[in-house]
Ligand binder design. Sequence first.
Ligand code: CU
Length: 262
Amino acid sequence: MQRRWLIPLATGTGAWTILAIAPPCWAAGGVKRVWWLPEDYSTTGYHFDNLFNIVLFETAVAFAAVVIALIYFVVRYRHREGHRAVYERGDRPIHLAITVTLALIVFIAIDMNIVHRSNVSLAEIAEQAPDPESAFVVFVTGEQFNWVITYPGTDGQFGTLDDIETRNEMHVPVGEKVLVRITSRDVIHSFNIPQLRVKMDAVPGMETRVWFEVTEPTKLELACAELCGWGHYMMKGRVVAESREAVERWLQEQEQFQEAMR
Ligand SMILES: [Cu+2]
């Protein structure tokens, strides 16, 4: 049976897939937000979004190419009366050359491209990292199943009597670089604020760091992105980004509350 329509159908489907995905992927390079990602409130989040879109675009193109080729060969070499199947070992030099060339194209155009772009982005983010002496520093400790947020208090030092400790609520100033020092009391957790594109493991016995700058006043979700036990699902906090004065005021309230509880 002749099924000549299969080839245009496969090619058409592939072409439409690429056409539908390509513009948003490329446009995302200069756009603050695309509909399939959470809103971005950080100064560095666009690096991750761009990388995400580029990976999606390149793998979509490769996937479409493979599916088109597959359908083409299935139709082209289907069973027909009077044709005998030939067994091809695929070890002639030409076969080897085609395989190696295709593999190199995929490796260089996709893998190396992604590695290169992510290295450039990470280097840029690391370069802008704040100085721990001048940044707004918060210490975050993961525990089953809370985020313990510690502020240094008026002396600016952690581990002293005037430290301010809260649970699952973190207030940070807008438009300032915030450095988060992270550790864990029990198992591995993952400090994750999706809308700031921030995710860092909280590991017992060591300190990890991450920084961000929030662009506008907002309330964001602080999640744990590591399956850390039965109560993982409820390990949820809130990040309130507001003016520096509002943060100071809130810290004072926490301090008074803490003193009253002593
Ligand atoms: Cu956790």
